[in-house]
Each structure stands twice: as C-alpha cells, then as structure tokens.
Design a protein around this ligand. Sequence first.
Ligand code: ADP
Ligand code: ADP
Length: 216
Amino acid sequence: ETALRFSGVDKRFPNGTLALTGVDLSVAAGEFVSVVGPSGCGKSTLLRLASGLDSPTAGTVHARGDSVGFVFQDATLLPWRSVLANVELPAELAGTPKPERRERAREVLELVGLDGFEKQLPGQLSGGMRMRVSLARALVTRPSLFLFDEPFGALDEITRLRMQEELQRILSEQGFSALFITHSVPEAVYLSNRVVVMSARPGRVTASFDVPFPHP
Ligand code: ADP
Ligand code: ADP
C-alpha cells in the first residue's frame, strides 16, 4: 500500500525556474522517508506538491487518504490561543465535536510530553516545547501522511537531539507514513526507513538508501 507517489514529476515556476525534474518517489504505508539535498534543490517544492497546495507541471502526485499533518520549522502557533486550543484547531476545522476533540488534544499532548501545559500560551514556552505543540497539532487528526519541513532546523543542538529522540519514540509507538525534509544527514538516518538524496537544481532524485537497521 502506498501513502504517497510521485511519478515523472516536473515543476517549473511561472518565471521559468525548473525546480524539479523527473521525480519518481513513493512512500509506503507506515514508511518514514527523509529527503536530503542542498539548499534550493526543491525540497520545499516537493512537500508543497505532496500536500496538494501546488500541482506539478508534468507527471502525477497521488496521496492516499484525506488528511495530511504538517510540521514546519517555525511552529506557526496562534499566539493568543492556549496550547490546548492550538492543538484542537485542526479537529475543530474538521468539525469534530468539542468533547471528542478536547479529549484527543489531551491525549496527543500527553504523547508529546506536554500534559500540564494545556492552559499556557505559546509565548510562555521554549522553542522545543513549541515544536512539541506543533507536533501534537499535526497528530490530532490522525493523518495518513505527515509532511515535515526541517521541523528542528531552528532549534539549538541539544533541543534538536531531544526532539529527534522524542519523534523516534512517538514513531515507534504510533507508526505513521512520513516525508521528512532536513539538511542533516545524521538526522535523516536516525529517523528514517529510507533516505532519498536530491541533486542541486533542477532537483532530481539521485539516490535512495534503505536504512539497514530497524528503529530500536
Ligand atoms: P544547524 O542549526 O543544524 O546548525 P544551520 O541552519 O545553521 O544548521 O545551517 C547549517 C548549514 O546548512 C549552513 O551552511 C546553511 O547554509 C546550510 N543550510 C541551512 N538550511 C539549509 C537547507 N534547507 N538546505 C541545505 N543547506 C542548508
Ligand atoms: P529547498 O527547499 O530545497 O531549499 P525550494 O523548493 O524552496 O528548495 O526551491 C527550489 C528552487 O525553486 C529554488 O531555486 C527556488 O529559488 C525556486 N523557487 C521556489 N519557489 C519559487 C517560486 N514560487 N517561483 C520561482 N522560483 C521558485
């Protein structure tokens, strides 16, 4: 079963920039795939296409399922809403009744180690904790595919290592399909079942490695 499939994808922007060319890439159900490559090689473009926010100029992109969870580098939380209300938001937009979405939000906050912080505002939290909130918000709708765009890129090194461990733990408990963009090869290897390498612009997939050991 395939969670996401790119077949022969090209993306050319209206100004003529060819960002991606001939991209074939798939993510199996339950597979965690990282994409590494130099700055400007088209990683964010790839994610936008995966999310359906943008479409390819050639080839096809198919995502299975109806919900996608996003985690970006800047946690993009609403500063005036509590941690709980931020995490509830996607479920609220999806029309989930309040008692149910509140319960789910509490569950995922516990999962990311933030129980007790429900009433705080994002501005009262550290960068690492805001990233946890962002992760919880992505988990709350139980999406069939997660898209991560350098989620830990803005964190200091220690917090980044903690967050990698945290995500690794959540992955092994929950198991979900993900496309994870990073410029850190060690991070990619640590978290993934497979690492895909992209060339400089125009971005193409030049190598794909299975990570030989299962997650501990
Ligand atoms: P860290 O916070 O992990 O130390 P930085 O963001 O400081 O990483 O970036 C380290 C190096 O990686 C810099 O040389 C920077 O130009 C480069 N870099 C940053 N973002 C990207 C990216 N998206 N793709 C490729 N290289 C990047
Ligand atoms: P990465 O995430 O790997 O750094 P991006 O996907 O952001 O790369 O960008 C790939 C290339 O496409 C870059 O050269 C970038 O300047 C260009 N690009 C991105 N978005 C647009 C756009 N809307 N219009 C024109 N060029 C763009």
